[in-house]
Write a protein that binds this ligand. Structure first.
Ligand SMILES: N[C@@H](CCC(=O)N[C@@H](CS)C(=O)NCC(=O)O)C(=O)O
Length: 278
């Protein structure tokens, strides 16, 4: 379809391959180490691995890495994230994959191909995440699903709900920003800018600031959640639109963005992601 790149964290997660769906005594597993793909052949049967695994309890001689690798490969669905060549509504999903060390295909559809591809998407929009070939729409439904699966949705149901509250409220603000950015009439645009800077933005950012300061730099609870990623991505765009001084009155928000962008897995992603305007 479009430009696709496979992203993997070296050795952290095995690439789910089509071969694993084929019954065989011998397992082939594709691993990505840096930009090199290796095929590892597991010729031990699962039963034998299980047996070795229980042996370990007594003698601690289990081939842990092989066993863990096999188990992770079997549990890991195959993912293809389809979006345009932009950060946009897909970037927080990419942060989740990077943070979880999950291998996925990052497919970026060129604008000229979109009209043709649009028809085959569930609701004619992107992003779409294909999970084992099933196309799933709605960026935040996808992000929430992945966040739960990879431990980024808070400590409990309550925190999970608080993540949703912040993400949805931020979406309200992003919608107003989007309406401003896409306004073509220069006079209306100026009017919108004044209202945004004087009322709308301070209203939301002050509330977010209070929450983040109260939580010691986290959007929710005391650990990184997908809500932090949504904030980090949005704040990067915010600074890009209004300049870096736009966050001068919000040290908590600026600190959150900085903290997220210093997480090693995210640092790696930022260094290798394609550079795009938005
Ligand atoms: N609520 C949806 C909105 C998706 C959406 O607006 N996608 C835009 C790009 S950011 C799109 O596909 N535009 C192309 C079109 O509508 O043809 C989500 O968050 O996934």
């Amino acid at each position: 379809m479009g430009e696709a790149t496979r992203f993997a964290t070296p050795g952290a997660r095995a690439t789910p391959s089509r071969e694993r769906q084929v019954e065989s005594k011998e397992r082939r597993q594709n691993l990505w180490i840096g930009s090199h793909e290796f095929t590892v052949v597991f010729s031990l049967s699962r039963a034998l691995l299980e047996c070795l695994s229980s042996f370990t309890l007594v003698f601690d001689c289990r081939p842990k890495s092989a066993w863990n690798l096999l188990r992770m490969a079997e549990e890991q669905p195959s993912y293809k994230l389809i979006y345009f060549n932009a950060r946009g509504r897909a970037e927080h999903i990419r942060y989740i994959f990077a943070h979880a060390g999950v291998d996925y295909i990052d497919e970026r559809i060129p604008k000229e191909r979109w009209p043709e591809i649009k028809k085959s998407m569930p609701y004619g929009m992107l992003p779409v995440l294909e999970i084992d070939g099933n196309p799933i729409a709605q960026s935040n439904a996808v992000a929430r699903f992945l966040a739960r699966k990879y431990g980024l949705a808070g400590e409990n149901e309550w925190e999970s709900m608080l993540c949703d509250v912040l993400v949805d409220t931020l979406s309200d603000l992003k919608l107003v920003l989007f309406q401003y950015r896409t306004e073509e009439d220069i006079f209306k645009k100026e009017e919108k800018k004044v209202k945004l800077l004087k009322e709308t933005i301070p209203f939301y950012l002050n509330k977010f600031e209070q929450t983040i300061v109260k939580n010691g730099g986290y959007a929710v609870g005391t650990r990184t959640t997908w809500a932090d990623f949504v904030f980090a991505v949005a704040l990067e765009n915010f600074e890009q639109i209004f300049g870096t001084s736009a966050l001068d009155n919000y040290p908590g928000l600026r600190g959150l963005k900085q903290r997220v962008h210093e997480i090693p897995t995210i640092v790696d992603w930022l260094a290798k992601r394609p550079q795009t305007d938005f």
